[in-house]
Design a protein around this ligand. Sequence first.
Ligand code: FAD
Ligand code: DLZ
Ligand code: SF4
Length: 521
Amino acid sequence: MTSLAKDAASGGAVRLVLGDQLSDSLTALEGIDVARDVVLMAEVRDEATYVRHHKQKIALIFAAMRNFAARLSAKGVTVRYVRIDAPGNTRAIVGEIGRALAQTGCARVIMTACGEWRLAEALKAFAAASPVPVEVREDRRFICSAGRFRTWAGDRRQLRMEYFYREMRRETGLLMSGTEPEGGRWNFDAENRKGLPKGLRPPARPRITPNATTREAMADVERLFPDHFGDLETFGWPTTAAEAEQVLDDFITDILPDFGEWQDAMASGQPWMWHGLISTSLNIGLLDPLETCRRAEAAYRAGLAPLNAVEGFIRQILGWREFVRGVYWLKMPEYGLRNALGADRQLPWFFWSGQTDMACVADTVETTRATAYAHHIQRLMVTGNLAMLLGVHPDALDDWYMTVYADAFEWVEMPNTRGMATFADGGIVGSKPYAASGAYISRMSDYCGGCRYDVKAKSGDNACPFNRLYWGFLERNRAILGGNARLAMPYRTLDGFGEDRRRALLAEADAARTALGAVAR
Ligand code: FAD
Ligand code: DLZ
Ligand code: SF4
């Protein structure tokens, strides 16, 4: 953007801003000397391809980076913006820092701690070898710092989100009435598990019309990453803080009051339901998590949204989002190797193509391809549950979740996939696997009515694959899961089946695994 005279920057700092650090409050920008410092923002192939991200994710990051750089420039900040197709682009963040140092005469580097282990390690190696000082500042855009989480985790035998969440409620004062939780309870989840009544459809959701910068980024992605997964046509993600505020406003005013009740519901052809559509904005820095929670609380205090909805929403951000980030930084890199259930199968091809007779899976994959989004219950109870029952290797599944969602960053994706959805972490994030048969999906959605499989049948080619897989999954993993108190009931049922039936259930699940293409890797 701004061409740089070497002398003007001499002695100043290169201030790195990454594609998910697009916040005015970023610590890397604190105390900037606009006369001497240079903000470095670089579009690089390594970040765009370390997984083959959904086209919408790359377009989102490039568009939001370009908008953020333009805003900084308008404020008089010198920005060295390297486009993806700029001559000399080194393809890597560390390469671009090196080039910026060589070409600007800056004498030090300032950055905010980066969100993913992979890049954090590369930056650490760069700092160790760098001839100039490199200062890494804390990322203060989270409600709970990594250090605070470490203290909370201490030597607890188990980390449970619920207890962490209560502590965060006390610390922030969110939904507190003195020292007690508002409404006398910490958690209103029991009221948030309703299936969708027949005939009730979710409201239409306004989406953001791509601005000129976004359209240009979309064209670049189509040109440079044509074989990445996903469609670009339906792009509607906010790429500026102002657009993100608009989406949050719409949500809080029109949708939040019903968020709680239908939070776990699914419906064919309805990707958004009553969800916030704010994860991309939170994860790249266009929205602040604490401020977002306070906005929801204000709606409750003003009598505009009920407590079960507001508590449920705040728990997702103050509780789950902060908790999984804490777990990630506490447990990496060992966390990324965990495979507690010894899952060893390939990811079936239909996770990419959507070509399957399983109506719930076909709809979720189609939504994912078209929008780079699926809501939580689709990710957890359709694709995640299926992959766990099939025994898909966690590396293959992590790769899929990282590839297909616009909000995917490893610090949030991995604990959800390896932890919450598949129990590959052996019980760090959740106390039991969320394994479920077709009955759960049937209760929470309208999928089964339009499916060629029979959700009531337990075995045979026409039976719902979730049913065919469920008991075999428990039997196969008895050595690891059999002692889990929260699974005592299904294991008692399994025991009551007797030896022959249990062997038959294992064979049924194996046949289903092969039929669905979850073969050995
Ligand atoms: P809403 O339902 O409106 O929730 C509001 C906000 O709460 C979300 O924007 C998000 O910031 C936060 N939140 C909700 N649930 C979780 C959770 N389990 N963990 C962390 N934050 C949560 N979320 C991501 O941001 N990136 C991912 O890569 C990601 N991968 C996931 C993989 C699996 C297997 C599962 C089960 C969940 C994953 N999630 C991920 C969590 C959740 O599904 C998404 O945050 C949510 O669907 C985003 O849509 P929304 O903004 O409409 O959310
Ligand atoms: C996700 C992403 C993509 C696709 N491209 C870039 C990029 O070109 N330049 C950049 O600075 N950041 C990008 N990102 C975000 C980074 O991958 C992210 O900052 C790290 O993974 C740390 O969370
Ligand atoms: Fe999904 Fe089974 Fe229902 Fe078909 S019958 S939609 S596979 S849960």
